[in-house]
Design a protein around this ligand. Structure first.
Ligand SMILES: O=C(CO)COP(=O)(O)O
Length: 263
């Protein structure tokens, strides 16, 4: 990857780890990285925790001055009001979240989030100063038809509709092919590069080369310590969105330390 983009390793815990387990996991992650002499300015590390964990994670990170960043897994498209069960951008921002995942394929599939909702959520996040990690990626049928690039770019276009360059320059895009999520079937480095490169090229068309050159494009789908280095060697892959493997702090720390496997 290009050196002007700081790689980001983000762990998406999904619906795992309660608030007490979250504290233990973040402590273990931070200690493991500290022991390894991790330089957070070289590789940023974040966890996306369930809403109920965020206050505990915030308290721990603040008290121990940890450099691990954290965020939420979803955000309401609405500002406030009669939306039972929803959590607003202001609430997430107040908990010190740096990031929020938007448009994860599990939200799109199980909670009927369409492109318009994803677009509204991207805007809701930016509106409160929280950086969206915008998730895009095709299912198996689309991949088999060879339409993965067009499909994923259509999701990108829709999600960024009306988002100005001043905000888009900070977005994080996560390419997560649905067939690789939780299946153990990781995309080949070439598959990841094909779509991540196309995402960056489209950002240059939608905005300009400067925006495209600065946006971090992550790969997600069955990333583990054993396969991360090859994926990170691709020029347009700037990090990983890690599900299952992020639940084990030592394994996740190894993923964040992918450069030490390369050396
Ligand atoms: O969905 C993912 C991260 O958002 C990927 O999950 P896995 O790493 O478990 O395949």
């Amino acid at each position: 990857m290009a050196t002007n983009r700081t790689p980001l390793m983000a762990g998406n815990w999904k619906m795992n780890l309660d608030h007490a387990e979250a504290i233990a996991a973040v402590q273990k992650l931070a200690w493991t990285l500290k022991d390894a002499g991790h330089d957070y300015s070289a590789v940023e590390v974040a966890v996306l925790a369930p809403f109920t964990d965020l206050r505990s994670v915030q308290t721990l990170v603040d008290a121990d001055k940890l450099e691990v960043r954290y965020g939420a897994q979803d955000i309401s498209q609405h500002e406030s009001g009669a939306y039972t069960g929803e959590v607003s951008g202001a609430m997430i921002a107040r908990l010190g979240c740096t990031y929020v995942a938007v448009g994860h394929s599990e939200r799109r599939e199980y909670h009927a989030e369409d492109d318009a909702v994803v677009n509204a959520k991207v805007k809701a996040a930016f509106g409160k100063g929280v950086t969206p990690i915008l998730c895009v990626g095709e299912g198996l049928d689309v991949r088999k038809a060879g339409d993965q690039v067009a499909y994923t770019l259509a999701q990108l276009d829709a999600a960024l509709d009306g988002v100005p360059a001043a905000q888009a320059k900070d977005v994080v895009v996560a390419y997560e092919p649905v067939w690789a999520i939780g299946t153990g079937e990781v995309a080949t480095p070439e598959d990841a590069q094909e779509v991540c490169g196309a995402i960056r090229a489209r950002l240059a068309e939608l905005y300009d080369a400067e925006v495209a050159g600065g946006v971090r494009v992550l790969y997600g789908g069955s990333v583990k310590s054993g396969n991360v280095a090859q994926i990170m060697a691709q020029p347009d892959v700037d990090g990983a969105l890690v599900g299952g493997a992020s639940l084990d702090p030592e394994e996740f720390a190894k993923i964040a330390r992918y450069q030490s496997h390369v050396a």
